[in-house]
Design a binder for this molecule. Sequence first.
Ligand code: BTN
Length: 258
Amino acid sequence: MENFNPGTLFIGQTHCFLQQTESTNVWLAEKLKTNILSEGFLVHADYQENGKGRLERTWRSDAGKNLMFSVYLRPAFIAVSNQSILSFLVALSVSDTVQSFVKSEVFVKWPNDVICENKKIAGILIENQLKGMFIDRVIAGIGLNVNQESFPDNIPGTSIAQITGSEISRKEVLETFCRHLEARYLQVKNAGPESLLETYNQRLYGRGHEVTVQMDDNTSNGVIRKVDKEGCINIVTNGVLNRYHFNSVKLIYHGLHS
Ligand code: BTN
């Protein structure tokens, strides 16, 4: 990616572009073992041999078509008890980015997928290292579909180009992302997480709609109300409000192709 210049203070100001690597999250974790990197360091790869997804899944993406990158953050001002705010911060920044290129409404799907036209357009994998009560180091990995024209039936998805009908510069999308991430990061740092949470809830996919909630052997239906400041999704089932943590539950969204 030549002449990459996001015009930010720190996000993406230092970076490395690779043709191929196992996973940009893994590459960055390895690099941090022996190097001191500046906050905001970004690594991007044209292709990942073994891209990591959430819940031990893999992230597959065509070579040279999309964005696959990881950003190094040190948000010492976020307490461990508030760490879900990081997912919201990154998901909102990705949704801001996509929204600046497409007309269709972009949503965040709890905890941190990004959805457009009922299909997943980006996935996020955040790996934190904690130090006592605070977050010491964060690797935020993002896979954002930019120019991929088609998706296999068994792994549905969409891309910016599929939505707009024309190819777009990946460099421009990545620079835009850096600016949005920096703005959202400074928003949380200076004004606290509440204002971010409000926007997150405004863009929450499925809000006000019925979903199926799967927990161990239990299945029930309920309506999504919001996500609270502890990062739990609030769902009303038969008049009762339940709060679920993201690793305790699977939600089935009716009408989502993802
Ligand atoms: C998910 O939706 O399950 C999360 C997918 C995250 C994929 C990105 S691609 C760049 C970074 N490196 C990885 O190995 N994974 C993340």
